[in-house]
Design a protein around this ligand. Structure first.
Ligand code: OFO
Length: 175
């Protein structure tokens, strides 16, 4: 059994994860329109991961005999200024989510809610990996450029990462 307050905070995190899915779907559509097929596939795979995160919390709330509560999901940004900006937005977004997960852990510790604390540890690790992956992609974009040959190479790499993610392989390292 978890507290009402903890339940409310976990429901808010379901909303954040669903927003994350929406956020990545928006970026996938933008990348597709820009003919960045690898980036589009990578963002699309991220959409799937975020949906899975939302469902993980959904299941946890139900397993704790608490009530799932849905709220409106905000629209994601409508456009980006190129691929570099897409990944900068992604890093900023993931840092915000990391902050939210850390706040949830703080809450669980404060309530001595060991079950929720243990449950959230998976998300802590996931956020470290996600931020590292996006930092790596941004670093390569800065190094090789976000145009021409450099962009083509990175877009191909993103296509490979997306394939691994959709096969459920190497999701730890692929973000
Ligand atoms: Fe849900 O993993 Fe990041 O946002």
């Amino acid at each position: 059994m978890i507290s009402k307050d903890m339940t409310a905070q976990l429901n808010a995190q379901i909303n954040r994860e669903l927003y994350s899915a929406y956020f990545y779907l928006g970026l996938s559509a933008q990348a597709d329109r820009a003919n960045l097929k690898g980036a589009a596939a990578w963002f699309f795979a991220k959409h799937g991961e975020e949906m899975a995160h939302a469902l993980k919390i959904y299941r946890y709330i139900i397993d704790q005999d608490a009530e799932v509560h849905f709220s409106d999901i905000a629209a994601p940004p409508a456009s980006s200024e190129g691929v570099m900006h897409m990944f900068e937005q992604t890093l900023a977004h993931e840092r915000e989510v990391t902050g939210a997960i850390n706040a949830l852990v703080d809450k669980a510790l404060q309530e001595k809610d060991h079950a929720t604390n243990v449950f959230l540890q998976w998300f802590i690790t996931e956020q470290i990996e996600e931020e590292a992956t996006v930092n790596d992609i941004l670093g390569r974009l800065r190094l090789f450029g976000d145009k021409g040959q450099g962009l083509l190479m990175i877009d191909n790499e993103l296509a490979g990462l997306a394939r691994q993610m959709s096969q459920g392989l190497g999701t730890e390292s692929a973000g």
